[in-house]
Design a protein around this ligand. Structure first.
Ligand code: FFO
Ligand code: ATP
Length: 190
């Protein structure tokens, strides 16, 4: 099995090499793929605000269209506790004040918390994933801990510019698999 650290490095580099225009195009394509999903059962959608400089998928395309076309869906953003690597979840309204934390992550300043059990669909940032839905993040376990608190029927959806890694990634009992992963040209189901 490939080494987790090596795979993280490889995918972080792969992302850094993409031209910003291409990233924007792919982020738009990913948003388009996202809206092919059936959102009828979704009331709380957990999303992420892209970290400046890490070339993450720009989820703002999804967020903006949710506000325009799905006013019944409430957007939720994570707020990181850097001391214990846990996440809290805060409602992201159009007028919510956002602030940057010590790691350059944009978060709501407000404290309108939502318990993990309420969340119906989670869009998950990742570096790499494989054809079984195993996922590698930045390695702090934030999302593994969070997903373990979610309802079993909550949809766990990764977002990636790339197709799944051919080699099965290292994983253990604590890793929670993705149900699907949206890429610019298709959604992979696991
Ligand atoms: N947009 C976005 N928001 C997110 C995440 C994410 O992956 N993307 N997270 C997903 O987990 C959580 C934050 N997790 C993070 C984990 C590591 C680093 C990071 O940059 N770590 C530095 C070292 C920081 C330090 O130890 O001082 C590094 O890896 O170089 C950032 C965010 C919650 N919010
Ligand atoms: N449910 C959990 N409860 C407590 N610790 C956990 C849990 N899940 C994972 N961890 C711990 O978090 C650390 C990082 O896990 P891992 O390498 O799987 O991170 P990752 O999946 O890359 O990161 P992330 O989940 O933040 O995207 C490991 O030490 C792991 O044991």
């Amino acid at each position: 099995m490939p080494d987790k650290k090596e795979v993280r490095k490889q995918y972080a580099l792969k992302r850094q090499q993409i031209h910003p225009d291409q990233l924007e195009q792919w982020s738009t394509d990913i948003a388009q793929q996202f809206f092919l999903m059936n959102l009828d059962q979704v009331k709380y959608l957990h999303i992420f605000y892209p970290i400046i400089g890490k070339q993450e998928i720009n989820c703002l395309h999804i967020a903006n269209q949710i506000r325009e076309k799905h006013p019944n869906i409430t957007l939720v953003l994570p707020k990181s506790n850097l001391a214990d690597f846990s996440l809290q979840h805060v409602i992201w309204r159009a007028d919510t004040t956002l602030v940057m934390n010590a790691w350059g992550i944009t978060e709501p300043h407000s404290e309108e918390y939502v318990p993990a059990e309420k969340i119906d669909l989670i869009l998950i940032p990742l570096l790499a994933y494989d054809k079984e839905g195993n996922r590698l993040g930045y390695g702090k376990g934030f999302y593994d801990r969070f997903l373990s608190e979610c309802r079993p029927d909550a949809a766990k959806v990764g977002l990636s510019y790339f197709p799944p890694e051919e080699n099965i990634l290292p994983h253990d009992a604590l890793d929670i698999r993705l149900d699907s992963c949206i890429t610019p040209d298709k959604t992979w189901e696991f």
